[in-house]
Design a protein around this ligand. Structure first.
Ligand code: ARG
Length: 408
């Protein structure tokens, strides 16, 4: 019986060559699976492209809604930023694409799946750990790790030999991956970290210099940690993210130039553009300052780091990620309210925050006559609070340090 392989298909040169190559190499039938995660690059004509490679079936799935609600929002609520900065558009997309690939493989009775990730990146790990979790019996092909082609030119010639049309467009100097949560840009001149990013590397944001002289104000409402409306207008998740990408991108918000630690041991340099993600993480964090109690807020910040690592390292479907997610969910019950921000030439400024669950109590915070804080209670508190210190130094002698005032 012929082997049947479900291939994650972007429609680009690599995955088009893979589609054909798998058929030749393994006498296999190939079903291509393309996912719409809200990328700007349209998927129109992708089925036709797939059939030109000899694929038996070409499937296109609109996963935008699921991506926003089941992947992006949990990461947003967790405050998950890899190495404190990267919102992980690429890292979050992979487990969902892997899940879709597995679902198609099951529905079409495939015995294997395939992807077009390189052998030195994080994405191969993310795909394959997700598949291992969801469908450990499926064989996985990663042709880029094993095939004979050494250059783009060789791949183009292979396509020409097999009658697969390739566009004679000039090669993009960068490798780009994008979806509604952001764009990742690497390769070419960017591989030298001494070189400032050329303006043409950016795909969806203007430079602060090119941004309008008039600022924009955005008002974002959250319910249980999730954004539900923009400027007073309720919007479904996908629309809200897309709209915010447009507004913030036009004001030069969300650019990031990062040296990061890859899972496979390499330090790499990548540019990111994530206008909506940057604004939403900012707003969400501010709302948490207002609504989370101190202990929960501090504890959550500690696990945000681990949560981000799990996403980045391909462990989305791990028991620990599910467990941390349950914790995060519990914390978000009170993260309701409205945050108003000013966007101006690449910067975000907080204008106002409000929440029905606000823990900020003006009667306690004020220095005016309305003050209701019990000042006298502080004396007893400090007495007990400092008791361990007093005891320690009574036994061990006073702490030594350079005297602030020289004795005469
Ligand atoms: N470094 C990012 C990550 O591991 C993005 C990887 C893909 N980047 C690209 N330009 N194709 O999540």
């Amino acid at each position: 019986m012929k082997e049947k392989i479900a291939l994650a298909y972007s429609g680009g040169l690599d995955t088009s060559v893979i589609a054909k190559w798998l058929q030749e190499q393994y006498h296999a039938e190939v079903i291509t699976v393309s996912a719409n995660l809200g990328q700007q690059k349209e998927l129109v004509g992708i089925e036709e492209k797939a059939y030109k490679t000899g694929a038996k079936k070409a499937i296109v799935l609109d996963l935008r809604e699921e991506f926003a609600t089941e992947y992006i929002f949990p990461a947003l609520k967790a405050g998950a930023l890899y190495e404190q900065s990267y919102p992980m558009a690429t890292s979050l997309g992979r487990p969902l694409i892997a899940k879709a690939l597995v679902e198609v493989a099951r529905a079409e009775a495939c015995t294997a799946v395939a992807h077009g990730c390189t052998g030195k990146g994080n994405d191969q790990v993310r795909f394959e750990t997700a598949i291992a979790a969801l469908a450990p019996d499926l064989k996985i092909y990663a042709p880029l790790r094993e095939w004979e082609f050494k250059s783009r030119q060789e791949e183009i010639e292979y396509c020409q030999r097999h009658g697969i049309p390739v566009k004679a467009t000039k090669e993009n100097p960068y490798s780009i991956d994008e979806n509604m949560w952001g764009t990742s840009i690497e390769c070419g001149i960017l591989e030298n970290p001494r070189v400032a990013p050329p303006e043409d590397a950016y795909q969806r944001t203007v430079s602060p210099e090119q941004a309008p002289n008039e600022s924009a104000t955005v008002e974002i409402e959250f319910e249980s940690g999730v954004p539900i409306s923009l400027d007073g207008k309720a919007l479904p998740p996908v629309e809200l993210i897309m709209k915010l990408n447009e507004i913030a991108g036009a004001h030069g918000i969300g650019r990031l130039d990062l040296i990061e630690n890859r899972l496979v041991g390499i330090k790499s340099r990548e540019l990111y553009e994530a206008p909506a993600a940057t604004v939403l993480h900012f707003a969400h964090r501010e709302l948490e300052r207002l609504t989370l109690d101190k202990d929960t807020m501090h504890y959550k910040a500690k696990i945000a780091h681990d949560y981000a690592d799990l996403i980045y390292n391909g462990l989305w479907f791990s028991p620990l990620r599910y467990a941390l997610s349950a914790f995060v969910e519990e914390t978000q019950k009170v993260v309701n309210g409205v945050v108003t921000l000013k966007l101006y030439k690449g910067n975000i400024t907080l204008l106002s925050r409000w929440s029905p669950n606000s823990l900020y109590d003006e009667r306690l915070a004020t220095y005016s006559a309305e003050d209701q804080f019990d000042h006298k209670a502080s004396a007893g508190f400090i007495k007990i609070y400092s008791l361990p210190l007093k005891t320690y130094y009574r036994i061990n002698g006073a702490p030594t340090s350079k005297p602030a005032i020289e004795a005469k």
